[in-house]
Design a protein around this ligand. Structure first.
Ligand code: URA
Length: 231
């Protein structure tokens, strides 16, 4: 949003007066004088006008190694939630960027930055999510070729994007998908009547699950990890 629009919405001043305040150097964004009314700000910009704090909100970006049995929801009567795993006073502000099933483990990202999380999860941004998959039956080259073509999901009436499958051994493979449809991985293997018995998310784009995080542990994303998702 342009700074001048924000100032109009958060003060009682006229457009002309706002222009004057900007020219006089009375507006600070992140501690710096900004004179350009079109300067782009967002919900996390620290904004001061005539020494008065108008906006201050911290953006949080968390990586959690989600354990099996923890639910991807903000509240749940029956199970511990991923939010319950975050022992911070801001935990309730967070939302989930890409859910995992109850019995799926691995990389879960939580944030209060809606624009950033949309960019991470929107299929059109082609951000690959890598899963380690263990199946009940053997996985063959036939799966690789089939997934590479992209499947059609009848229920949603949607063509899903080509996915990349790497065979590790007969029962273990690594799958990269580019969207996050409901039970997507399990439904893909179900095409071959093959049940997924273990599912673990290893990465989302350039963000890899940190090996130092045991199940249930979390850490803040680094500046580089945050910047790897375009906003
Ligand atoms: N696909 C699934 O089937 N389950 C998950 O938890 C994630 C992707």
């Amino acid at each position: 949003m342009p700074l001048k629009k924000f100032l109009k919405a958060h003060t009682l001043y006229s457009k002309k007066h706002i222009r004057q305040l900007l020219e006089l150097g009375k507006v600070l964004v992140a501690g710096y004088v900004v004179i350009d009314g079109n300067f782009d700000i967002n919900e996390f910009s620290h904004i001061v006008c005539e020494d008065k704090l108008l906006q201050q909100k911290t953006a949080y970006y968390i990586m959690l190694n989600k354990p099996i049995g923890v639910v991807s929801a903000t509240t749940d009567k029956q199970h511990k939630t991923v939010i319950d795993c975050i022992n911070e006073d801001y935990a309730k502000q967070l939302h989930i960027a890409g859910r995992l099933d109850l019995n799926t483990s691995g990389l879960m990202i939580l944030t209060n930055d809606g624009k950033w999380s949309r960019n991470l999860t929107q299929p059109k941004n082609q951000i690959g999510k890598v899963y380690e998959v263990q199946t009940q039956q053997k996985v063959t080259q036939e799966y690789v070729d089939y997934f590479a073509k992209g499947l059609f999901f009848e229920y949603e009436q949607v063509q899903i994007q080509p996915a990349k499958l790497i065979l590790i051994d007969d029962f273990n493979s690594q799958l990269t998908i580019f969207e996050g449809r409901y039970h997507q991985v399990k439904r893909m293997f179900a095409r071959f009547d093959n049940k997924v018995v273990k599912l673990h998310r290893q990465s989302m784009g350039a963000i890899q699950l940190d090996n130092n995080l045991v199940a249930g542990a979390y850490r803040a994303l680094t500046a580089k990890e945050i910047a790897s998702v375009n906003t």
